[in-house]
Design a protein around this ligand. Structure first.
Ligand code: TXA
Ligand code: MG
Length: 352
């Protein structure tokens, strides 16, 4: 398939490209587009054939449901059965933005979107290009992250091109994504809200607005057989670069020495080792034959979040044999970072 790539600097100069993309979506074709979190692979959420195409292009298992993206709160009422009061508060405060709400679905949503669940996940992106595109298309847009299933989510158009060039008709290139990790998925369909996937809107931010909420125990733990998944996405391999990833956790003082020890072994046997380090620790690797990626400062987890996926992909480009990552604190955005890192590492964690 021929893939058209159109650069969209902003919604004024990119108007023609957005108009074309809107038309593609209405016609049932796929469009990759930037959002504030990661690039999405969009299709008309009410068109079963278009939805099926998404699963093919990504190689995504059909039992992993999609998030439906809207441009105005008015669109919500026809997609869901009801909106609890606490959800209204969160919508007022955090939409548009990286917060996805899981609500009881209405009958207009095809089963292919929700994988047959009684709920649907909905979000309103804040990125101006995403917003303009959804508005222009005049339909709700189902969009998973625009990567091949299992790979790190794309935070730039180059990442989308790596994974999906030749498989989809149109990519809008809006530069790098600001947040860099996918939206928070909050299940509001039960008695009390539960975070199924942590993201840009943190647990602390949600609790400030509506009081205490739950966090699914699988957020920082591996799935085990027989789990009844509230979010089917949890059970699949995710965010995996080509090389194996290890996470080293412990005191910030001890972690770098442990990482150097582990790496030396591998370097001795001719392996290429990359370290995902932080501003606070990077100097500790100076004299070693390591490829060092500085994710950001521990004092600013938002920066680490925005760099993580791109750095995992850079490790692939450098063709490294092993990636060793420093563990970081799980408060605020740290919860989302560790959720992704642990999956990238298939839960291989070493104590320093
Ligand atoms: O930031 C984001 O959320 C990005 C951008 C493109 O908006 N999208 C994204 O989509 O990350 P995806 O498909 O890669 O992840 C959607 C997650 C999956 O873990 C899926 O299992 C979960 O949301 N999900 C979707 N519908 C659900 C539902 N009805 N109940 C529970 N979990 C659901
Ligand atoms: Mg994804």
């Amino acid at each position: 398939m021929k893939t058209i790539i159109r650069r969209v600097e902003d919604i004024e100069t990119g108007h023609d490209a957005i108009e074309l993309a809107g038309q593609y979506l209405r016609e049932g074709r796929l469009v990759a587009f930037p959002t504030e979190t990661v690039y999405g692979l969009g299709a008309n959420a009410l068109d079963v054939d278009a939805i099926t195409e998404i699963f093919h292009a990504k190689g995504r298992p059909m039992d992993n449901p999609l998030i439906v993206h809207i441009a105005s709160v008015d669109e919500l009422d026809k997609l869901v059965l009801h909106v609890p009061y606490a959800a209204r508060i969160l919508i007022d405060k955090y939409w548009p933005g990286p917060l996805t709400l899981v609500l009881p679905r209405s009958s207009i949503i095809p089963d292919e979107v929700t994988a047959g669940l009684g709920t649907v996940a909905i979000r309103m992106p804040s990125d101006p290009v995403a917003h303009a595109l959804i508005k222009e298309s005049k339909v709700p847009i189902a969009a998973p992250s625009a990567n091949s299933s299992g790979k790190p989510s794309p935070t730039s158009a180059e990442h989308v091109i790596e994974d999906l060039y030749g498989k989809i008709p149109l990519i809008l290139d809006g530069g790098e994504c600001r947040v860099g990790l996918e939206s928070t998925v909050l299940d509001m369909s039960g008695k009390s809200p539960v975070i199924l996937r942590p993201g840009g809107i943190t647990r602390e931010m949600i609790e400030r607005a509506i009081g205490e909420i739950g966090v699914d125990e699988r957020v920082l733990k591996p799935p085990h057989a027989g789990d009844n998944f509230r979010s089917p996405g949890m059970k699949y391999t995710h965010y995996a670069p080509k090389a194996p990833v290890f996470i080293v956790k412990g005191h910030m003082e001890d972690v770098p020495s442990k990482i150097v020890d582990i790496s030396k072994e591998h370097i001795k046997s001719g392996k290429k080792v990359a370290v995902l380090a932080t501003e606070e620790t990077k100097d500790r690797y100076e004299d070693e034959k390591l490829i060092v990626f500085v994710m950001g400062s521990r004092a600013c987890p938002t920066t680490i979040a925005s760099n993580l996926f791109a750095m995992l992909r850079q490790c692939d480009e450098e063709d490294v044999d092993l990636i060793v990552a420093e563990s970081i604190d799980t408060s605020h955005e740290g919860l989302a970072i560790m959720n992704r890192m642990l999956r990238a590492a298939a839960f291989h964690v070493i104590d320093a």
